[in-house]
Design a binder for this molecule. Structure first.
Ligand SMILES: Cc1cc2nc3c(=O)[nH]c(=O)nc-3n(C[C@H](O)[C@H](O)[C@H](O)COP(=O)(O)O)c2cc1C
Length: 332
């Protein structure tokens, strides 16, 4: 494995469609320590020569972005990839990421997302197009395979043929979706075969998780964290300090209020705003001792007013944070 440059760790906020959107990224950065940069949730490729500006609203450089951002595309056609990468370049981006990890069967069966791993020739066409359009700035986010964890290893010779900026590996197969144990032995094999810098991704949810991975893969210094931060927004602070941070429920409350306000300014009507709140709370609840009860009440809220009442009441007696959120505990 070839990891040039400093040994300092670099952290990415993972793309979580519907959660790690621009407003969330900005509000997270206002209240908490954040990763060094973020990969934006994917933008789907489109047929034709024009990209509608609405598709690019989350990554629009005319708007405020608190974190350096790498846009991501999902698609399977090299010409369509070029069109979208040119639209990214027009916005000022010199980097982009190709989604080769989305596990949903209706995506993968059509040869997109993790389905890209199935067709070696098409994968090579996409990598060639991406590296030509964005020399030095094109990366790919992959899984270990579709049904079994060896397909990425088979495809590594193709990935190694192109000058990719880095390869993000989510240490699961597509069949696993987002559940079950990450496969660290298979990740080690794929990372060792990869001639590009490798970013580890999957189940970093506590300082113990991070320290364990760091000890097991001392040669890796790029890490991507998604759900761990959605559950515990103090996680980056903890990881940087090397111990679980002092978690203050008032800071969490202020963040949630501010996120709500920002979403209300951006979206019109209660439905989309409640969609955002519920997406976040579906993760957030797992970090709180009283989370399940709060989540049960939030799930059935239809209006922002109802939601505010539930949150006000939940924070009247400050909720407690769970002590240990480790997902990799079985490995320690
Ligand atoms: C709700 C949800 C949305 C996601 N959206 C994207 C996406 O747009 N692009 C992508 O590459 N991965 C996406 N992922 C995968 C995550 O980026 C990440 O690889 C996965 O959650 C494992 O990392 P974690 O354990 O740190 O969350 C998504 C995952 C979830 C649960």
């Amino acid at each position: 494995m070839n990891i040039p440059g400093s040994s300092a760790d670099i952290f990415y906020l993972a793309p979580l469609r519907g959660v790690t959107v621009r407003v969330y990224r900005n509000q997270l950065a206002r209240f908490f320590a954040v990763p060094d940069m973020a990969v934006a949730p994917f933008v789907p490729s489109v047929a034709g020569a024009k990209v509608k500006p609405g598709l690019l609203s989350d990554i629009d450089t005319a708007l405020e972005h608190s974190l350096p951002l790498v846009p991501q595309i999902i698609g399977k056609d090299a010409d369509q990839l070029r069109v979208m990468l040119r639209a990214f370049k027009d916005l000022g981006y010199a980097r982009a990421d190709l989604n080769a990890g989305c596990p949903w069967p209706f995506v993968a069966k059509k040869g997109r997302g993790s389905g890209l791993l199935r067709d070696a020739d098409n994968l090579a066409r996409l990598l060639e197009a991406g590296c030509e359009e964005l020399p030095g700035g094109f990366s790919i986010k992959v899984r270990l395979g579709l049904k079994t964890p060896d397909l990425l290893l088979e495809r590594m010779a193709i990935l190694n043929r192109f000058p990719l900026r880095e390869v993000v590996i989510h240490a699961r197969t597509a069949r696993q979706m987002y559940e079950g144990e990450v496969r660290l032995d298979d990740f080690a094999l794929a990372a060792a075969a990869c001639q590009h810098p490798v970013v580890y991704n999957g189940d970093i949810c506590s300082v113990n998780d991070f320290n364990y991975l760091k000890g097991r893969f001392p040669q890796i210094n790029r890490w991507m964290i998604g759900r761990g931060l959605a559950v515990d927004p103090f996680l980056m602070e903890s990881i940087r300090a090397g111990k679980t941070a002092e978690r203050d429920s008032e800071r969490l409350r202020l963040f949630l209020c501010s996120y709500l306000d920002a979403c209300r300014k951006e979206l019109s009507g209660d439905n989309p705003v409640m969609g955002r709140m519920k997406e976040l709370w579906s993760y957030q609840q797992a970090g709180l001792v009283q989370g399940r009860r709060i989540w049960d009440a939030i799930k059935i809220c239809r209006t922002v007013e109802e939601y505010c009442r539930v949150v006000d009441s939940a924070f009247r007696h400050p909720p407690r944070f769970k002590d240990d959120l480790s997902r990799l505990a079985g490995y320690f």
